[in-house]
Design a protein around this ligand. Sequence first.
Ligand code: NAD
Length: 314
Amino acid sequence: MSDILITEKIQGLAIDALGQSYDVKYEPNLWQNDAALRDAVGKTRAMIVRNQTQVTRALIAGGNSLKVIGRAGAGLDNIDVAAACEQGIVVTSTPEQNSLSVAELTLGLMLALARHIPAADRDTRVGNWSRQKFTGVELYGSTVGIVGFGRIGFLTAMRAQAMGMRVVISDPVVGPDAATVNAVGGYVLPLEQVLGAADFICCHVPCTPSTRLFFNADRFAQTKQGAYFINTSRGEVVDELALASVLKSKHLAGAGLDVRSTEPPTASVFDQMDNVILTPHIAAFTDQAQDRVIKAVCLDVAGVLEGKTPNYPA
Ligand code: NAD
């Protein structure tokens, strides 16, 4: 029996410190092996995961001694929280510790798309010096559409505003007079108006049953001709075939995708598209964000094992 089971690559000083007080079993590849995962979950009091371990109802049912599941990161779509609650298992996450890094990557993708930075880099490395070919657009004066105006949407909008962009927002729980909307000089509009007005559409909705395939062919058809689409939330909220189709037809000028419907993804049409920037779900991977995330999850998991209330319960 271990105290704490870590099923993915999660390292840092806070994990080392945890090891001084608890029996920590570090198995970074366990998420890939269903049988071994089930076996290990049956023999631990706590587990720490990122987003690759699928913590299903069946897996939780086998966690006879399991008291707490700590999710190092934001988004609980890989954990059956209801099943955990029914079994009296606490689920914790780190909802705000990596938001800033995600917002920064979103802005990075926006700039990289607007100025064709990856394509220009590839072209220059093979000996070309094609200046006109990579003529871009300025962010200044353009409109960013933030779909999902929570923590990350707000931080992205603040940065976009600082670049001189106009901010339009779609979020069912955000009113036009919310302090966060005023802080970014934004306008809350119906989704179709946001899609129709935005030169850059940034997707920041969580993945839930109601947002799965949220960006489908109908929604992409409502976007402005020549707009860019950026997804740093979850791949499952986008119908990737529909996105590929509007990119191929040049209705959308480009896309930046940090997340994919299957991760790691299989080969896809995006791989051959020069106007698509692909990153391997790295939005939260900065030294600072990882430090904050790992400290927070360790604190909460140890706290629950000691009978304390967690800071970030699901
Ligand atoms: P949050 O809960 O603070 O905000 C999400 C917002 O989306 C909420 O305000 C909610 O009302 C809104 N929303 C829900 N359904 C909507 C809809 N149909 N239309 C418009 N808005 C809708 O979450 P957050 O911290 O901003 O994170 C957003 C998501 O980003 C997370 O759920 C997670 O999936 C993802 N994320 C990705 C990474 C990464 O590494 N790429 C890292 C952290 C988080």
